[in-house]
Design a protein around this ligand. Structure first.
Ligand code: C2E
Ligand code: MG
Ligand code: MG
Ligand code: MG
Length: 278
């Protein structure tokens, strides 16, 4: 009986895998075209200081509306871009767009605003990443301290020694780094201490039930305490309600980001939104 179930599982699994890889091929060829034809967009989600009034940063989030496939979520196309290597040109493009936009906003007199850009593990493993980042910043005229690179825990923990070296090199060039989705990976605290990061982004899965789930309350409280004793800032992602905001403030979380404040917005709308709050 066990054997038969096992075989059925296997058949099911294979069919699903085949479907997935067909979809993947479709995504990869559409992505390649999208990049060539300029069909991708970057949206920006505001990040707020604890008091809630002031915008201190923006997270650049890639958006893709494919003529054939419709709106595709980054959760689906980023992995396909990573597998195919397309994440390198796509990632460089996002970095350039975001740097250019940040420069425009500085010139337009929007409050000092740090631009956070998500970095894929694949990009992070490229030895010439620091040179590329510096080149883009130079060409777009953005001082390095206005750029923050978001890394996930997995990126950093996969090869801690390599990660430490890469972070040191980016840090020397003046770029800030944060750990995204903090709490979902396997952070070794002893490594965290050596990482040149300045901010932890508390994953939205812990924030969601923060008002009702005592364990999530405890986890978020502990992350904020630990960050503070390590001299790191904290930002909570996925803040959707006033209740969550209140709890996070009480705990001393430094910054917030989420639908409660604003969804990710096209550049022009972000600017309007920010001006209305100046
Ligand atoms: P992330 O970096 O953790 O980004 C946060 C995600 O949460 C974004 O989803 C954002 O739209 C969403 N979000 C923000 N506030 C709320 C909220 O209050 N409630 C809920 N439920 N969600 C909220 P998005 O834009 O779909 O991106 C998903 C993931 O795709 C990102 O997670 C990031 O890992 C990746 N990604 C997006 N753009 C890029 C990019 O340019 N490069 C790379 N390498 N990855 C990217
Ligand atoms: Mg992020
Ligand atoms: Mg995140
Ligand atoms: Mg996340």
């Amino acid at each position: 009986r066990v054997k038969r179930e096992g075989r059925n599982d296997l058949r099911f699994f294979t069919a699903e895998m085949q479907q997935r890889s067909a979809r993947n091929l479709q995504l990869v060829s559409a992505l390649r075209q999208a990049l060539e034809r300029g069909q991708m967009q970057v949206h920006y989600q505001p990040q707020f200081s604890q008091q809630g009034g002031r915008i201190v940063g923006a997270e650049a989030l890639l958006r893709w509306h494919s003529p054939e496939l419709g709106q595709v979520s980054p959760a689906e196309f980023i992995p396909a871009a990573e597998d195919s290597g397309l994440i390198l040109p796509i990632g460089a493009w996002v970095l350039r767009q975001a740097a250019r936009q940040a420069r425009l906003w500085i010139d337009a007199g929007l409050a000092p605003l740090v631009m956070a850009v998500n970095l894929s593990a694949v990009q992070f493993r490229q030895a010439d990443l620091p040179r590329l980042v510096t080149q883009i910043l130079d060409e777009e005229g953005l001082p390095a301290e206005y750029l923050e690179l978001e890394l996930t825990e997995g990126v950093a923990m996969h090869d801690p020694q390599g990660a430490i070296a890469m972070m040191n090199s980016l840090h020397e060039r003046g770029v800030r780094m944060s750990i995204d989705d903090f709490g979902t990976g396997y952070s070794s605290l002893s490594h965290l201490k050596k990482f040149k990061v300045y901010k932890l982004k508390i994953d939205q899965s812990f924030v969601r039930d923060i008002c009702t789930d005592p364990e999530d309350k405890a986890i978020v409280g502990a992350i904020i305490q630990m960050a503070r004793s390590l001299g790191l800032l904290t930002i909570a992602e996925g803040v959707e309600t006033a209740g969550q905001l209140e709890f996070l403030r009480e705990q001393g979380c430094d910054e917030m980001q989420g639908y409660y404040f604003s969804k990710p917005l096209p550049a022009a709308q972000f600017e309007q939104f920010a001006r209305a709050r100046q």
